[in-house]
Design a protein around this ligand. Sequence first.
Ligand code: GTP
Ligand code: MG
Length: 456
Amino acid sequence: MERTIAAVSTPPGAGGIAVIRISGSRAVEIGDTVFRGKDGLADAESHTVHYGFVVNSKGEKIDEVLVTVMRAPRTFTAEDTVEISTHGGIMSVQGVLDAVIKAGASAAEPGEFTKRAFLNGRIDLSQAEAVIDIINSKNELSRRSALSQLEGGLSREIRDVRQRLVSLAAGMQVIIDYPDEDLEDVTEQDIYDTASECAERIKKLLDTADSGKILRDGLRTAIAGKPNVGKSSLLNSLARADRAIVTDIAGTTRDVIEEYVNLNGVPIILTDTAGIRETDDTVEKIGVERSRRSIDEADLVIVMLDGSELLTDEDREVLRETRQKKRIIVINKTDLGRPKYTEAVRAKANGAPVLEVSAVTGQGLDALADEIKRMYHFGAVSAGSGAVITNMRHKKALILAEDALKRAAEAIRSGMPSDIASIDINESINALGEITGETVSEDIVNEIFHNFCVGK
Ligand SMILES: Nc1nc2c(ncn2[C@@H]2O[C@H](COP(=O)(O)OP(=O)(O)OP(=O)(O)O)[C@@H](O)[C@H]2O)c(=O)[nH]1
Ligand SMILES: [Mg+2]
């Protein structure tokens, strides 16, 4: 028999209230066993709230509670659900959960509520994954993107593309099964057109993957420059912490330092790197190598120059090496006097912003933060549409689907028999189905739900 499950669905620790959720065919009966109120729960109507107490098996009161009864199918899991709101204390929460389990519920596994919602057809797999993303999201924008995924923006587009391919495959199957009948309603041109069009729509979704990653994890921003320009000082000011060692010795930072910074709601992964220069020092050399790699991987580079000196060949080298990157050029140490070469740098910056700052006094750092935010919004949100790929599993499946469709179109174009294209189209249908869960294997489902915490 299907288990009725229970778990604490609010975060651990003491809070104002905590919610114990029970889901399954015996949810109301189990809730009724532990509840003492004006009336029992057995005949309670769906979506009603009841005041009373939870008692243990000896009939002793554990806590004063409000109990919500929700009957299938209009619940999150699509099963009968009872939610008990208790006072948040750890003793009372544990006591209520124990009583519920003694009354016949089993402790829920991580993600089991959401898994049931998926298995009962309430949400599809990409929506279930969005629930994980919402729980884990670090910032407002990524939360909103996960929310729109939960509402089905992504699933809708993928299901739509998949449905077109399913109809096409069905039409092709008829021709393959009955080659002699005069059933030419799917032409080779149709196959080619549909495969190409669907490949194009998938490509559009894939194009959002990079911005999706930024949205979810933050904008990778590397601070680059020759030694001693003030890179570590900038990291410390933006992170509002003494994270990196600052000295007047050139070559202080030897390794890449990474700090997660929240700039008014915009998530940034800021990296401070070793100053870039030619050096014979073995350790510093490795540091410089790592700087280059971190600059390579960055979504945005802050190129830092020392405004208290004239531009040097080392500065020119850093400017040259970062030419291909999205970048902001900052001229530091303006508290020591106005830099002399700002306009010269601006003229050669190819439109990249050039800002004067002081990492020590904080002057110009607000403008820098605004500029970083602007780039974040440009990179992350320009995707528009609402359907943004934020998930590696989805990305891989989309790549498979797109490749298969390109092969199908190519097969038709080069005059191969249409059953060759049919194999590719079916492969694409399966890959898309893995995202929404229509053709997903049990292993993948288990893996996904394993990432949840208990109570979700
Ligand atoms: N006056 C002034 N001094 C600064 C400013 N920013 C940094 N400095 C000083 O410049 C020196 C080098 O600063 P760091 O932040 O260590 O420079 P860095 O670029 O990380 O240096 P390396 O790690 O060696 O590559 C320190 O003495 C800082 O106090 C600034 O805006 N104004
Ligand atoms: Mg440093």
